[in-house]
Design a protein around this ligand. Structure first.
Ligand code: SF4
Ligand code: SF4
Length: 220
């Protein structure tokens, strides 16, 4: 997590909540696709992101791995990230016209930009990244409208649970040395959260699955 000092340097110094107004509206971006380049190590895909993308495209998770999604290891945890292409490092979901092919189902991190999240006390707020978007004169917009996330509070509950789980898993794996054991843990994560077919409501299914996986992995 970024420290408050770094946050002061990269933001306008304010924290925003869902009903606040923020100067983040790029008004359609005018053909710019800057934030869709070279973000391969930044856009980690949550199970919700993958559920949205795979349902929209009608494909399985493994059909996207290697082509559009890349598995990356961080702190011994293997998770899916957006795959960048070519020496220009453009996102695999960017089309020739410089538009996102999965715009209505784009990952939450993409949806937020130029906002970011800062986590504190089992909650998070948003901050405005002031240097990263080249567009001038961003307009005022309500955070809720900018994000355009359906069932916002269910989505937020999921994000907080996922964030807590990844933190606990990082701690659990810190002391695990056996490579086969680590591989098995990563397989459990991918199989249970990413390779599943969800018939009903994503959030219900996730909340049902989470305690079972935690139990298997010895995470409280
Ligand atoms: S960098 Fe800013 S203007 Fe360019 S695509 Fe991203 S949000 Fe839009
Ligand atoms: S998923 Fe879409 S919005 Fe996100 S980086 Fe790729 S092209 Fe851009």
């Amino acid at each position: 997590m970024r420290s408050i000092n770094i946050l002061d340097e990269i933001s306008d110094g304010k924290l925003y909540d869902i009903e606040d107004m923020v100067k983040a509206d790029t008004c359609g971006c005018d053909g710019c696709s800057d934030c869709c380049h070279d973000v391969g190590d930044l856009v980690m895909l949550t199970p919700f992101d993958v559920y949205e993308i795979t349902s929209y495209l009608g494909v399985d998770f493994d059909e996207l791995v290697g082509d559009k999604i890349q598995l990356r290891e961080d702190n011994k945890i293997l998770l899916p990230y957006l795959k960048m292409q070519d020496k220009n490092k453009y996102c695999s979901f960017l089309n020739k016209e410089g538009r996102c092919m999965i715009h209505s189902k784009r990952p939450n991190i993409c949806r937020m930009f130029p906002l970011g999240r800062v986590y504190k006390n089992d909650d998070f707020k948003y901050f405005l990244q002031i240097e990263n978007c080249p567009k001038d004169n961003l307009k005022d917009v309500k955070v809720r409208d900018w994000l355009g996330i359906k069932n916002y509070y269910e989505n937020k509950k999921f994000i907080l649970e996922w964030h807590k789980f990844i933190k606990a898993l990082t701690f659990r794996l810190k002391f695990m040395r056996d490579e086969k054991e680590i591989e098995e843990v990563n397989k459990i994560i991918l199989d249970n959260f990413y390779r599943i077919k969800i018939e009903g409501d994503f959030y219900n299914e996730f909340m049902k699955c989470l305690p079972e996986v935690k139990n298997r992995l010895g995470i409280i």
